[in-house]
Structure formats: structure tokens, C-alpha cells
Design a protein around this ligand. Structure first.
Ligand SMILES: Nc1ncnc2c1ncn2[C@@H]1O[C@H](COP(=O)(O)OP(=O)(O)OP(=O)(O)O)[C@@H](O)[C@H]1O
Length: 340
């Protein structure tokens, strides 16, 4: 992730930088990247995000890599009363110990060799907005001590500076490592953890919400249609079946990359239905797990029939009652979606 600052002014210019990929995403007013998905888990997550956004609590977001922690952090800011103030992202894993203070707290001209001009730190830049410390679990104990001090005192001092700035930004942090394990291994300060874990958001892995795969795939297809000037509608049925069964260790990021690879592999500019590139197809076929094949079958039947229960039940050769029972058993909930 590139460190980035999104200000209201930037958004007015319809510019938002996809902090992970360095892409510039052009957005219409307010249409910054949003959390796509209509599974029960995502709907619940969205409710939690909106509830937490309103409070001013410090947030800790946990979840595997690629599950959308940064998307969630940005949404918390965007939905909070601080939305017109800056949103500052810091990738802690890319921050060597020697740079922690100068990056986060800033410095004054002459503070060290190379400090040729005054420089604001990230806490100062965030002002009354939000500061997002990503991959906080990768910070050294030394750096954690510095962060803890800022949280406790709510003030920072630039390197080589005399003045003290009070810290008013809301703190949002994320880690893809389990904080409890990090503490057991002595890699994370317990006192800092309790300061950060005031409100918790847990991002579910994609394999636990497979019913979001078609809608996410369509969303990325839409994005890449714009980027590559194509008119793809969807994946072929065979490709989608494989995708629904795959276990997605890299989560949504892996799905996004796969959609992009499939675009690059398109045989013609006019192609409407997309195959998976051959090596990916082989990989997905060999690693596709069937942790809950019945659930996958139910979701696929519902998707294929646009949630028409009578037709889905017929497809599965079940009664409607059986279908409803299975939907309840596997927590499959229909979301009213104009696309369907
Ligand atoms: N629910 C979602 N809807 C739309 N896009 C998503 C969603 N979840 C993730 N993405 C996209 O997937 C990619 C990875 O998401 P993100 O960077 O937020 O994951 P992360 O959990 O922060 O990963 P890491 O732990 O590696 O930092 C991004 O391009 C993001 O825009």
C-alpha cells in the first residue's frame, strides 16, 4: 500500500487514489470504492461499520489479507462526522524503525541530515480527520511504544521542534495477524492492544461468504470493462462454478486479480462471456475444495434463477419447503437487489 491522504478537496476533483495498487480511481461525487457484497455477513458488517462510524471510538480491524480492511477503514471515515476532514493512511509494515518518528510526528528543518525543510507528520496531517495505521501488527515494539505514548498523551512533537501539537484525529488500525497470537509471542504490547481494540471489526474471509463471488466478479468486470474498453458481461457458467468452489486464500484481492487476468486473456475484443485463463482454470480445478458442497449448490441454483425459489427448487429437485429449510440451515439470505 502506498501511504495516501484523501482530502475532501481531492474528492471534489473526483480523484481518489487506490492506496493498495497506486491506481487512480475516478469517482463521481462521493462514489469512492465501496464495500460490495450482499451476503448476510457483509450486510451485518455494513451495519456494524455504520454504527461504529457514528461513534468516535478507536477501531481495530482484523481479517485475512485481501478481505477489504482498508475499504472498511475508509468507509468508517466516510460515514463518520469527520468525513469532510482528511483521511490519512500509513502502511506500518513499510515503515522502518528509523523513520517512524519522522513520518508520523514530522520534523523541523535541520532536525537531522537531510531535513532540509519543515515536514508535517501523519498525525498532524490528519488534523481532525482520521488516521489509518495499516498492518499495525508489523510494527516493532519500539515503534509501538511511541504510538502508545501518542494515544495516551494525545499530543506529538516534531523531531527538532519545540512546539507540541495536540492529536485530534480518530485512530483506525488494522492487522491481518491475530493480535492475541502476536501478544503471546511477545510481538505486540498488551497495553497498546487494549487501547486499540475499543471497537472491533472482523472482516470475513471470502470463502465464508461465497454468495458474494458473483456480485464481486460483476463489479470488477464493470471496472475492467472501463479500463480495457471491453463489453464483458460475465464469466461463463463453468468458470463461475469453479470460482464458487475455490477457497480464495487471497480473498477479494485474489478475485480482483483473477478478473484482470481473465480480461488480459480474452480471445477477442467483442467477447461477452469470459473463460478463466487455462493455468488458472487448472489451479482452481485442482485446489477447489468442497467444504460445503450442498451450500454451494443451493447458492448457485438461487443465483442462476435470480432467486426464484420455485425454479431453484426444481433445479435442485427439491420441494420449496426443503429449499427454505436448507437456506435457513446455511444462513443464505436473499437481499433485495435491483440487479436481480
Ligand atoms: N467488499 C469489497 N468490495 C469491493 N472491493 C473490495 C472489497 N473487499 C476488498 N476489495 C478490494 O480488494 C482489494 C484488497 O482490499 P484491501 O486492500 O482493503 O484488503 P486488506 O484486507 O486491507 O488487505 P491487506 O491485509 O493485504 O492490507 C482492494 O482492491 C479493494 O478495493
Amino acid at each position: 500500500m502506498k501511504n495516501c491522504v484523501v482530502t475532501t478537496a481531492d474528492k471534489d476533483k473526483a480523484l481518489y487514489q487506490d492506496a493498495k495498487n497506486g491506481d487512480n480511481i475516478f469517482c463521481q461525487s462521493g462514489a469512492v470504492p465501496s464495500m460490495i457484497g450482499d451476503s448476510f455477513l457483509i450486510q451485518k458488517l455494513l451495519k456494524d461499520i455504520l454504527k461504529i462510524a457514528e461513534t468516535d471510538a478507536t477501531v481495530l480491524i482484523t481479517g485475512e489479507s485481501g478481505t477489504g480492511k482498508e475499504v472498511a477503514a475508509e468507509m468508517i471515515h466516510r460515514e463518520s462526522p469527520r468525513k469532510r476532514k482528511p483521511f490519512v493512511c500509513v502502511n506500518c509494515s513499510a515503515l522502518p524503525d528509523s523513520l517512524v518518528e519522522s513520518e508520523l510526528f514530522g520534523y523541523n528543518k535541520g532536525a537531522f541530515t537531510g531535513a532540509v525543510a519543515d515536514q508535517q507528520g501523519k498525525f498532524e496531517m490528519a488534523g481532525e480527520g482520521s488516521i489509518f495505521l495499516d498492518e499495525i501488527g508489523d510494527m516493532s515494539l519500539h515503534a509501538q511504544t511511541k504510538i502508545l505514548r501518542v494515544i495516551e498523551n494525545r499530543e506529538v512533537c516534531r523531531l527538532g521542534g519545540k512546539g507540541i501539537f495536540s492529536v485530534n484525529a480518530r485512530l483506525i488500525t488494522a492487522t491481518n495477524k491475530e493480535p492475541k497470537h502476536l501478544m503471546e509471542e511477545g510481538k505486540f504490547r498488551e497495553d497498546l492492544y487494549y487501547r486499540l481494540d475499543v471497537a472491533r471489526i472482523r472482516m470475513p474471509p471470502l470463502r465464508d461468504r461465497r454468495e458474494d463471488i458473483p456480485i464481486l466478479a460483476r463489479y470488477f468486470i464493470h471496472k475492467f470493462n472501463l479500463k480495457f474498453r471491453r463489453k464483458v458481461e460475465n464469466f461463463t457458467e463453468e468458470a463461475m462454478t469453479l470460482m464458487l468452489r475455490y477457497h480464495w486464500p487471497g480473498n477479494v484481492r485474489e478475485l480482483k486479480n483473477l478478473v484482470e487476468k481473465s480480461f488480459i486473456n480474452l480471445p477477442s475484443r467483442e467477447a461477452v462471456f469470459m473463460e478463466l485463463p487455462e493455468p488458472v482454470r487448472e489451479e482452481l480445478t485442482s485446489t477447489a475444495t468442497l467444504p460445503n458442497e450442498e451450500r454451494t449448490r443451493v447458492v448457485s441454483a438461487l443465483m442462476e434463477t435470480r432467486w426464484n425459489k420455485t425454479r431453484a427448487a426444481m433445479k435442485l429437485r427439491w420441494s420449496r419447503m426443503t429449499l427454505y429449510r436448507k437456506m435457513a440451515k446455511y444462513n443464505i439470505i436473499e437481499k433485495r437487489n435491483p440487479e436481480r
